[in-house]
Design a protein around this ligand. Structure first.
Ligand code: ADP
Length: 310
């Protein structure tokens, strides 16, 4: 049996209209095209990990509407275990309404719905799965109390816990010191430390501060610059793969899903980050969030190609 990855997090349906311009208050515009995507950081990371060969269980919450049910059906098609996705009879499923204009500028409103009622009770039902996980992966689109509870469980069972602290939010030291690996991007690292990350030296300073709060390993993702690892008091910068970026949506989500897969297979930290950087770089060459998450073979082919080239 493959090692199991348990993702605890959000599930959304993104409803997108591509219009000429973003309507002003009170304005109605006709024209444009509509499409619907699955989203939510939890779901994006679960799908990314499953496509890369992870055995994934997704703990999440949806409403009783058709959108939530449709999401679950899609996760099943990705071979994700959906047994612990619970249903909230009183909330709607998470929905993001997005308008994108001709310039690529967007305007977004998110109704988190059932994501904000993923409480400790829901997670307790999946306690056994969490206790047997090789890796637990979380983000911050669910109640912080639930994140703290899961972190406490992971500490007791000595399970590797990866926290992607997104969206950016200040976090208590009592949570940080239970995390094995934290993966902020530049903005999130700034939120955690107050340091504006303008270059690698600033990232090093931020990583040192975050580590000082009790996190074992800090990985700051630096977009096209790659990822900075701070582990056992030493830094390692893993450069990004050079690609022509088309859409960077969910690059961080693919990075985290891939990192969880590589570590669950026992890869060394730096090799796992190379794998995650490669998967994320491939995703930015394609449109969409979950749609852009690559499959295992694409990532391996790319890594082998890079090795031959160097
Ligand atoms: P987020 O999507 O959370 O803002 P980043 O922008 O830091 O996170 O991207 C996460 C990872 O995705 C980076 O560490 C890098 O490996 C990869 N990545 C992002 N943008 C690019 C890019 N333009 N070219 C190559 N890789 C990229």
């Amino acid at each position: 049996m493959k090692p199991s990855i348990v993702v605890v997090g959000s599930s959304n349906t993104d409803m997108v209209i591509k219009a000429r311009h973003i309507p002003a208050p009170g304005e109605t515009i006709l024209g444009g095209t509509f499409f619907m995507n699955q989203g939510g950081k939890g779901a994006n990371q679960a799908v990314a990990a499953a496509r890369l060969g992870g055995q994934v269980t997704f703990i999440s919450k949806i409403g009783t509407d058709i959108f939530g049910q449709q999401s679950v059906d899609l996760y099943k098609k990705e071979d994700i275990d959906t047994t612990h996705i619970s249903v909230d009879n009183k909330s709607q499923s998470g929905i993001a309404l997005i308008i994108v204009d001709d310039m690529g500028e967007n305007s977004i409103a998110v109704a988190p719905g059932a994501n904000s009622t993923l409480h400790i009770d829901d997670v307790t039902k999946a306690k056994k799965v969490l206790e047997h996980a090789s890796i637990v992966l979380m983000q911050l689109e669910i109640p912080l109390g639930t994140v703290e509870y899961v972190a406490g469980l992971a500490e007791i069972t000595d399970t590797m816990l990866i926290l992607n602290p997104a969206p950016a939010c200040a976090l208590p030291d009592s949570l940080l010191n239970k995390i094995s690996i934290i993966t902020p991007n530049e903005k999130e690292a700034e939120m955690l430390t107050g340091i504006v990350i303008t270059n690698v030296d600033a990232a090093k300073e931020a990583a040192t501060i975050i580590s000082g709060k009790g996190v074992k390993t800090v990985i700051i993702t630096l977009g096209a610059k790659g990822s900075l690892i701070y582990h056992n008091k030493s830094f390692s910068l893993v450069p990004a793969m050079q690609v022509k970026a088309i859409d960077t949506t969910a690059a961080g989500d693919v990075f985290n899903g891939a990192l969880a897969v590589a570590l669950s297979e026992g890869k060394e930290l730096r090799d796992a980050v190379v794998f995650a950087n490669t998967a994320a770089a491939i995703s930015v060459t394609k449109l969409g969030a979950q749609a852009s998450a690559p499959f295992r073979k694409e990532v391996e082919d790319q890594i082998n190609y890079s090795i031959i080239k160097t």
